[in-house]
Design a protein around this ligand. Structure first.
Ligand code: ATP
Length: 356
């Protein structure tokens, strides 16, 4: 296995720039999630690594090899597609063994490797079937087996779970994470699902409109988002963003003044803060009118089974908070909420995070 590096990768499709000077350094044995909304350039970045797309500028390095000009088959990467891309006329065993066959691996070695990976992915009873005789989850396992059968330098996965139902997606998420961990594989995993990125990856690269917004471990992306875009894209329900002003008295937000500790206060005063972000789990219920409490109107209450989501309105602004299961409040009633400024992050008018 090897690390992977994008050096100043740019991709233009005629007048449209899909990737702007992308720099990414993915250490050996790292699981990287490329995360972002539809159209941000994730698939393009992956296809450039696979050699299925040629960059307009920049270099792709795998291990210590510059592979920018190499054909896909010479790059030593294995790709798992959303569509699985299995050959319908071949048996499962032949599908899995295909990458070995085109590399002229002899039949006995092939059979041994196929049996090994089929056992690892628990699809050994299916080897004589054809793809049409398999469920979506089983097909996904076959696609994974075909990718790992020849120990590539890196695995590239493009939304591999998006065709599965919600329950299966959850269980395959764990399976893929375990598998990559066991193989010690460098993996680049494209997803628009922030939960997949947070739960599976060692490193998350958040992209927007062809530009990298943040490259960090999942906990940092969640706790210390680089900007407002990342803050809102990662987390469900998303971070609450409220207009904020800072003065010598504290932070003024939704008609209340929230106290803040000295060092953070100074940093907020020194930056042109316009908004603050606070996660739903960092907001608590408080008596309306108590010091630092924001007084609002209940917009909706949503029992989730294990917890209750509560939307509270302050004029034209609104927050979601996580309350305990069993919490109830009438729509339209007055509710006080509070948070610690230490849990908030503060943005300037350009949306970049000034204080975490
Ligand atoms: P999704 O999650 O929807 O697959 P993505 O983040 O993977 O989105 P890409 O498929 O990489 O996005 O596309 C990035 C941008 O480049 C999009 O605006 C897309 O329309 C454009 N694009 C991709 N391929 C081509 C092409 N062959 N010709 C022109 N534009 C393209």
């Amino acid at each position: 296995m090897s690390g992977v590096r994008y050096e100043g990768i740019e991709k233009r499709f005629e007048a449209f720039t899909a990737l702007h000077a992308l720099n990414l350094d993915i250490p050996d044995r790292t699981f990287l999630a490329l995360l972002g909304p539809s159209g941000c350039g994730k698939t393009t970045a992956l296809r450039i690594l696979a050699g299925l797309e040629t960059p307009t500028a920049g270099k792709v390095i795998i291990g210590d090899r510059d592979v920018t000009r190499l054909q896909p088959r010479d790059r030593d990467v294995a790709m798992v597609f959303q569509s699985y891309a299995l050959y319908p006329h071949m048996t499962i065993a032949d599908n899995i063994g295909y990458p070995l066959r085109i590399r002229n691996v002899d039949a006995a070695t092939r059979a041994k490797k196929i049996a090994e990976v089929a056992q690892a992915l628990e699809i050994d009873p299916l080897l004589d079937r054809h793809p049409r005789q398999l469920s979506g989850g089983q097909r996904q396992r076959v696609a994974l087996a075909r990718a790992i059968v020849r120990d590539p330098a890196a695995f590239l996965m493009d939304e591999p779970l998006s065709n599965l139902d919600a329950r299966l997606r959850l269980s395959m998420r764990g399976e893929i994470k375990r598998l990559c961990h066991r193989l010690g594989a460098t993996t680049i995993y494209v997803t628009h699902d922030q939960a997949e990125a947070l739960t599976m990856a060692d490193l998350v690269a958040v992209m927007r409109q062809g530009e990298l917004q943040q490259l960090a471990p999942p906990a940092d992306v969640y706790e210390r988002p680089a900007n407002r875009f990342v803050a809102l894209f990662v987390g469900n329900p998303p971070m609450n963003v409220l207009r904020a002003e800072v003065s010598e008295q504290g932070i003024h937000v939704a008609g209340a003044t929230v106290p803040i500790d000295g060092a953070r206060h100074q940093r907020c005063l020194a930056s042109a803060i316009t908004e603050l972000g606070i996660r739903p789990e960092d907001i608590r219920l408080a008596a309306p009118g108590s010091p630092g409490a924001l007084s609002g109107e209940v917009y909706v209450v949503e029992p989730m089974g294990n917890e209750t989501l509560v939307d509270v309105r302050f004029g034209d602004e609104r927050v979601t908070l996580r309350a305990a299961k069993g919490f109830t409040a009438a729509i339209g009633s007055t509710l006080g909420v509070a948070f610690d400024a230490a849990d908030a992050c503060f943005f300037d008018s350009s949306g970049s995070t000034k204080v975490h």
